[in-house]
Design a protein around this ligand. Structure first.
Ligand code: SF4
Length: 415
């Protein structure tokens, strides 16, 4: 039985805070995720990992990531969730041993052989069952627990009611998706991309064919007319921003954010928003009142409309992007703060997207509330005045009247 909360100084407090688990496709994203509040980050190694395009971590990168994470008390999980073909077996044991030596906290696996040898080798790292196995019930979880697995990552298709029943019946760690893209099919069981583009979704090559536009024919007659939006099976993204309290009270061990291919800005925004929400709820769960701040923050980085996924039931028409274009972020990531001079109020910045004099910028940070300013003084690296920032990654200086910190980020407020 999980003990979730306790009365401390006359006030109920959450003592079993869930882990906030973020994705990272490279070292920069890993560091940003941790600086913006992730307790753990999952990455894909170059070997034995699905989503090969999002998996560019060499063993040296993983080592650097683990060292960085340690400084923040955070953890690194490495996906080894390839479905092994016969020719994938070679080198596997050696790879797992090296991950263990580096100090990786957990590997995420889908193939029973990797589950078995990871346990037979008596490694220190934990073995987590990947969402690729679509685990949706307590009996399946008990099976994996019997095999010695340390955690089960549930399929996105688990509803809240099913999750509640599961949490009552199992005592192995449970990881649950709270935010990110949805597959139109059961995650990991889709052949659409294989058929249409010869790119294997189960070996990391999904071409997102479900999100393509299609002409629909019935008995050889085109159903969608020229003026109609073409048909797409694309789903809205999932966000459980309004249900975080319920999930904390269930004792879910880890809240997972999806999206190793997403940008640094996306990761910083989504991670910091859920960090603030989880912390605020845990501090005073009985008086927590959720305003619309959190949802509005998420929408600044969202690139699709949001829905509840499977939380209540099977997603219906309203959860799909039928006849609808994808939504775009309400704000655009334009700068990262490198340094700030308190005397002259000049911030040294790294440019990320175009902005110019007169633009209104919102600075956000894991350490302070959002700040706003208008670009009125802008200089290049030689301290010559410029009117626009149009070279990616260029170092510039901009006057900001508020105190900002290294690694804060700036978004252009769309007019
Ligand atoms: S094609 Fe769509 S449903 Fe299939 S694996 Fe790719 S994203 Fe998922």
């Amino acid at each position: 039985m999980r003990k979730i909360s306790q009365i401390i100084d006359g006030k109920r407090k959450i003592i079993k805070k869930p882990e906030l688990l973020a994705p990272a496709g490279n070292l920069e994203k890993l560091k940003v995720a941790i600086m913006y509040g992730a307790d753990a980050v999952f990455v894909g190694g170059k070997e034995f990992s699905l989503r090969s395009q999002a998996s560019n971590f060499t063993l040296e990168d993983i080592r650097e990531g683990v060292e960085f994470a340690k400084k923040y008390g955070a953890h690194i999980h490495v996906t080894c969730n390839i479905i092994l073909h016969q020719d994938n077996l070679e080198g596997l044991k050696n790879y797992l041993k090296q991950l263990d030596d580096i100090g990786v906290t957990a590997i995420i696996v889908a193939d029973p052989y990797i589950m078995k040898i990871a346990k037979d080798m008596h490694l220190n790292l934990e073995v987590h069952v990947s969402t690729q196995l679509s685990t949706l019930n307590s009996q399946a979880i008990a099976f994996y627990q019997k095999m010695g697995m340390d955690r089960v990552v549930l399929g996105r298709e688990v509803t809240y009611e099913d999750l509640r029943a599961i949490m009552d019946k199992v005592d192995v760690d449970i990881e649950y998706f709270i935010h990110g893209a949805m597959c139109i099919h059961y995650s990991g069981r889709c052949m659409l991309s294989n058929y249409l583009s010869r790119r294997d979704a189960n070996r990391g090559g999904c071409s997102q064919s479900c999100r393509w536009y299609y002409d629909l024919y019935q008995d050889g007659v085109l159903v969608n007319k020229e003026d109609d939006m073409p048909f797409s099976m694309s789903s809205k993204d999932m966000s459980l921003v309004h249900h975080i309290g319920e999930l904390i009270e269930l004792g879910v061990d880890s809240f997972k954010i999806e999206g190793r291919m997403k940008s640094v800005h996306y990761i910083a925004t989504i991670v910091s928003t859920y960090r603030k929400l989880i912390d605020a709820y845990c501090e005073d769960p009985d008086h927590f009142q959720q305003d619309d701040f959190y949802e509005k923050e998420l929408q600044k980085a969202a690139n699709r409309a949001l829905c509840h996924g499977f939380y209540f039931d099977h997603p219906g028409v309203d959860e799909q992007l039928f006849n609808m274009r994808d939504e775009h972020p309400t704000q655009e990531f334009v700068m990262r703060i490198v340094d700030y001079n308190h005397q002259n109020h000049l911030a040294k910045i790294e440019q990320r997207n175009y902005f110019e004099m007169g633009d209104q910028i919102e600075i956000f940070s894991p350490h302070h509330d959002n700040l706003f300013f208008t670009v009125e003084k802008l200089y290049n690296e030689d301290m010559e005045e410029v009117t626009k920032a149009n070279h990616p990654m260029e170092i510039l200086y901009v006057e900001i009247p508020h105190r900002v910190l290294a690694n804060d980020m700036g978004r252009k407020v769309r007019k």
